[in-house]
Design a protein around this ligand. Sequence first.
Ligand code: ADP
Ligand code: MG
Length: 316
Amino acid sequence: MCAVHVPPGPGRCGEAGVTLRPTTSGTARLQRFPELEARYGPLTPMDSGMQSRVYTTPDGAAVVKVYRNHMGQHRTEARNMIQASMGDWLLGVTEADGVEVLVMRRFAGHPLRAADVPRALPGLRRIVAELHTQQGGRVNVGRVRERLLRFRRALAPYPLEDVFEAVEGPLERGLLDQPAAFCHLDMWHDNILIADELNAAAKVADGNGMGVEGEGDVLLIDWTRADWDDPLRDLALLKTGTLDLLSAARSLEAALSFLPDRAPATLVRYRAYLALTTLHDLYWFLMNEPYEFDSQKEFKLARVRHALVRLPEHRS
Ligand SMILES: Nc1ncnc2c1ncn2[C@@H]1O[C@H](COP(=O)(O)OP(=O)(O)O)[C@@H](O)[C@H]1O
Ligand SMILES: [Mg+2]
């Protein structure tokens, strides 16, 4: 979920289809997914995200993503992966054992941590630039307006006028009415995988920094939210969700290196999306994790204001 650091909830218990199956050592093992395990072999829990639990197959070559809800997100994610030219990673989508499932190749790496960010930047820049070359339709400005109204109502008690103004000004001047590109829209650090060091070293030794199968050292996952939108919104999410693991100055410097150009109109629009994304995150915490709201507000406002005062407010 969005560009925020939230501990994933514990896996649900007591689901339908839970059976006990003897393991090779003779002890009974809890088997939650008899149908899936008949197809893929015993599944080992690997990770759990906001929307799913992820298991790995016995050979370690695939991950089985089991969604927490039943909203067809496995098919949405598969469609988006194909749109993003990631169809090679997809091994299947299925419904079994009463759950919705996406199966994909396992990447030999881990979600980005602060120390990984500098190493990830070149690969990430290539991925994002390539993704945003796909253009189609226009940004839904009405939706931006609706979201702002919602944030205004919920966040009214807090002094955020400068942040609201950074979006509302450009919105009213028509600057957000732009062509849309295909965007990931959830580029927080948990959704960006980087090759483990050993693996990366082997690839460098390989001569071209690419793996034997032609894959890079960074992989963008979790395509459920991908949609057509302003690429600068995607880049704003990348800053608040990932680059802000760095110090404020380094984060902004890295963020600017992703922009297609530094024209004042681009910077004003990027500034607007940084503000909008921050308002979204504050709203999300208020609604979902109220105990974390104050500390997140302090961090996120410091970061957005650091950027707002350094980026132009107007085109000229
Ligand atoms: N293809 C993959 N290879 C390796 N790890 C993966 C892969 N897909 C998911 N993971 C791990 O599972 C976690 C959750 O997957 P994700 O698709 O982000 O689910 P969610 O939508 O629940 O956040 C990731 O942060 C990552 O650690
Ligand atoms: Mg995720």
